[in-house]
Design a protein around this ligand. Structure first.
Ligand SMILES: NC(=O)c1ccc[n+]([C@@H]2O[C@H](COP(=O)([O-])OP(=O)(O)OC[C@H]3O[C@@H](n4cnc5c(N)ncnc54)[C@H](OP(=O)(O)O)[C@@H]3O)[C@@H](O)[C@H]2O)c1
Length: 245
């Protein structure tokens, strides 16, 4: 029997990269998953790749109307949620102080902070007591990456949410944890990163390589399943030690 047998999971921003890898693993472990993304074509492709026990709902996590549509679909098809991995997030580099535009700030906070908050808030009426919420943060929430101040601050807000919501949801035994990736090589986020910059990242990672999406998926599975039944409010870094030494 799988670790998530008969569980219903919602994973936002899951048409590529680490969240898609997580959706695949969740289904292998017995869950039914609802996945989202903004591009219909990419969503259809991801649903096909996952193959079974999946519904794709096109939507932007920065849009409250799209989030309403997502949860209306979940309610209609399954009626409840056991697990939420709020992963949709954006991060533009190369914006040092002095060059930050209102649009850059608003776009980043709209998806990463406002979107995460209203995703969790929208999910709660459907959430089963005892469920698990995992928020995708980043090691940038506590480590300085020049040119990524707005992104780092948005992820620090997400890390903070995990602490407060742990308190606020404790009576429902809903666990809330943050998962902080370091640089994960096989994701869209790093697709256009120059090799030289990747090599510089690797030079700072004790394990000497970039991470893999499947390594994020197995960590999120741990946080989603009963294997982590006494773990809440924490941040687990999956960063090859980059932010730990
Ligand atoms: N990769 C890394 O090294 C790394 C490190 C630290 C943290 N993270 C975090 O990991 C998450 C991104 O995953 P990834 O790195 O695996 O990147 P990815 O492969 O580019 O995947 C991003 C996914 O999110 C979707 N998405 C983007 N904006 C969205 C929105 N507003 N609403 C709904 N879906 C949206 C994308 O599809 P559409 O474009 O079709 O919407 C895609 O499915 C982010 O939260 C990011 O901050 C990544």
């Amino acid at each position: 029997m799988g670790k998530l047998q008969n569980k219903v999971a919602v994973i936002t921003g899951a048409t590529s990269g680490m969240a898609l890898a997580t959706a695949k693993l969740f289904v292998e472990e017995g869950a039914y998953v609802f996945i989202t993304g903004r591009r219909q074509e990419q969503l259809d492709k991801a649903v096909k790749e996952i193959g079974k026990n999946v519904t794709g709902v096109r939507g932007d996590s920065g849009s409250l109307a799209d989030l309403d549509q997502l949860f209306a679909t979940v309610q209609k098809e399954k009626g409840h949620i056991d697990i939420l991995f709020a992963s949709a997030g954006i991060g533009e580099r190369g914006k040092p102080i002095g060059t930050v535009t209102e649009k850059h700030f608003d776009d980043t906070f709209n998806v990463n902070v406002r979107g995460t908050l209203f995703t969790v808030q929208g999910a709660l009426p459907l959430f089963r007591d005892g469920g698990s919420i995992i928020l995708n943060t980043s090691i940038a929430n506590e480590r300085a990456f020049a040119g990524a101040a707005v992104y780092g601050a948005s992820k620090a807000a997400v890390r903070s949410f995990a602490r407060t919501w742990t308190q606020e949801l404790k009576d429902r035994k809903i666990r809330v944890n943050a998962m902080s990736p370091g640089p994960i090589g096989d994701t869209g986020s790093l697709e256009n990163t120059p090799d030289q910059m990747k090599a510089h990242m690797v030079s700072q990672i004790p394990l000497g390589r970039l991470g893999l999406s499947k390594e994020i998926a197995s960590t999120v599975l741990f946080l989603a399943s009963d294997d982590s039944s006494f773990v809440t409010g924490v941040e687990i870094a999956v960063d090859g030690g980059m932010n730990q030494v």
